[in-house]
Ligand binder design. Structure first.
Ligand SMILES: [Zn+2]
Length: 481
């Protein structure tokens, strides 16, 4: 019996079920840490498919796990399902058209991400049933990826350590196995309280919280010259006080996002920003409350698992498109032609050999939507962005792929991506992702030596140990709430 073939067929047989979940989650479009309906839907489907479901794991209401099978190895599949604010968009449209006024939208494609991971879990379930092998698959519902770092909070609870490996994916505009690392990110909100007064009549009685925020921002501006080249500090105004200039603003708050290579390095930088924030309160005679929002670790790559995912990606093949899909993609792509046309795939930034290969394939194709798999080159490139998959990768060997769900060069977090999210292009992408993840897990169940190699590499790469960016005692929180 070809168990892998059977598992892939099972995913195809359940295509409608999985794609329906994707579309419903797209419609719910729930924001970070508020994904109640999406979570309930995943749990209902998992229960109906025979998984043991646990809701509210790690003290997060919208987190869940669904497990099937028994014994080792235990493979975790990561699902996300949070949307972004202000990105409501009519699906399948090639012009910007709000679906719900001021509503949310799945601009990062997490509706597909969750559904594709569900497809993988179903495929692996089928394998475990048929092969009667020892092993467990657990689909983890990981809420709050967009500014919530759900997986890092789950990491603080030690959740990922029990896994033998974790696999996941992300929708994108290229088909590739991700490699390299990411950056640690920590978000802190500084909330100032002062005293309101008439700005002209009795300014001497007022203490301006807004002044404190301004001084903090200026202080950090000077700090920027003296931080490591690898670090960056971003900020957003959460509360600028009131709208009346003739009042000394009694409240103001600002959200900082601080990044550096590792959690340890990043925490040192956070200390320095904290000092400036305290000084700003001292200078303005206001009080400051420091609210920890979230944090993520850098990512530990695992080349052994990457190789396995690449073999399975080739086995499954990249999604292919019909004329109607290419026409839709072409129209959508025209709306972001202001973006310079770059070659697909992160590896092309690093390696001239792979760049030449990709250039050749890319220029022989339709250039509207990428329908080929980028050759895999393991690397240690550190992307400037951050992901809470990093926190998983410090506790168990982890690998992820990107699968095309959007036209070439699509901008992240855009209305165009929301539009794509309920098209057949999205469905094709999430089914391929599910199959590649399932195939990789099946290889691991079939051949324990693969896992041994991945674990050896993991131990070597995580020698210094995981530093969780989430302090004890804090709960996940939405900024400004
Ligand atoms: Zn995302």
């Amino acid at each position: 019996m070809d168990f892998k073939f059977e598992s892939m067929k099972y995913i195809d047989d359940n295509r409608d079920l999985v794609c329906d979940v994707s579309k419903k989650v797209w419609e719910y479009a729930e924001l970070s840490l508020m994904e109640y309906k999406s979570m309930e839907l995943f749990c209902k489907v998992l229960e109906e498919c025979g998984f043991d479901v646990e809701k509210g794991i790690c003290g997060i209401e919208t987190a869940f796990s669904g497990s099937f099978g028994s014994g080792k190895p235990i493979i975790g599949i990561l699902a996300e399902y949070d949307a972004l604010s202000g990105l409501s968009q009519v699906g399948g449209e090639t012009e910007k058209k709000e679906l719900v006024k001021g509503g949310n939208g799945h601009g990062c494609g997490h509706s597909m991400l969750g559904a594709g991971s569900l497809a993988a879990a179903l495929g692996i379930k089928k394998y475990l049933e048929s092969s009667r092998k020892s092993g467990t698959v657990i689909l983890y519902g990981c809420p709050g990826e967009e500014g919530g770092a759900g997986k890092a909070f789950m990491a603080r609870e030690g959740l990922w350590s029990k896994l033998d490996a974790a696999l996941t994916w992300h929708p994108g505009d290229s088909n590739e196995v991700s490699s390299g690392s990411s950056t640690s990110s920590i978000q802190i909100e500084y909330r100032y309280k002062g005293v309101a007064s008439h700005a002209a009549g009795c300014p001497e009685l007022g203490r301006s919280a807004l002044d404190a925020v301004e001084l903090l921002n200026i202080g950090v501006q000077y700090l920027r010259e003296h931080i490591p080249k690898t670090a960056s500090v971003h900020y957003a105004m959460i509360d600028g006080g009131g709208v009346s200039p003739n009042v000394v603003q009694p409240t103001a708050s600002v959200l900082y996002m601080i990044r550096d290579t590792t959690v340890k390095n990043n925490l040192k930088l956070v200390d320095r920003v904290d000092n400036i924030a305290k000084a700003a309160a001292l200078m303005t005679d206001t009080t400051m409350e420091r609210v920890f929002i979230d944090g993520t670790a850098d990512t530990v790559p695992n080349n052994e698992l990457e190789k396995l995912m690449y073999e399975n990606f080739k086995y499954v093949g990249a999604p292919k498109y019909d004329e109607g899909e290419i026409e839709y993609a072409g129209k959508l792509k025209q709306t972001y032609d202001y973006i310079p046309d770059e070659l697909p795939g992160s590896g092309t930034n690093l390696n001239s050999e792979i760049k030449n290969q990709v250039e050749k394939i890319y220029h022989s194709g339709n250039k509207i939507i990428n329908d080929f798999i980028i050759p895999h080159v393991p690397n240690d490139y550190r992307s400037p962005g951050s992901t809470d998959v990093g926190d998983v990768s410090w506790l168990t060997p982890t690998a992820q792929i990107r699968v095309v769900c959007y036209p070439h060069n699509s901008p992240g977090h855009s209305w165009q991506n929301v539009s794509c999210g309920i098209t057949s292009i999205a469905d094709k992408g999430l089914i391929v992702a599910g199959k590649v993840i399932a195939g990789t897990a099946i290889d691991i169940f079939e051949d324990p030596s693969l896992l041994e190699k991945a674990k050896k590499e993991f131990i070597e790469r995580t020698k210094e140990g995981y530093t969780c960016p989430i302090p004890e005692g804090v709960s996940p929180i939405v900024p400004g709430s």
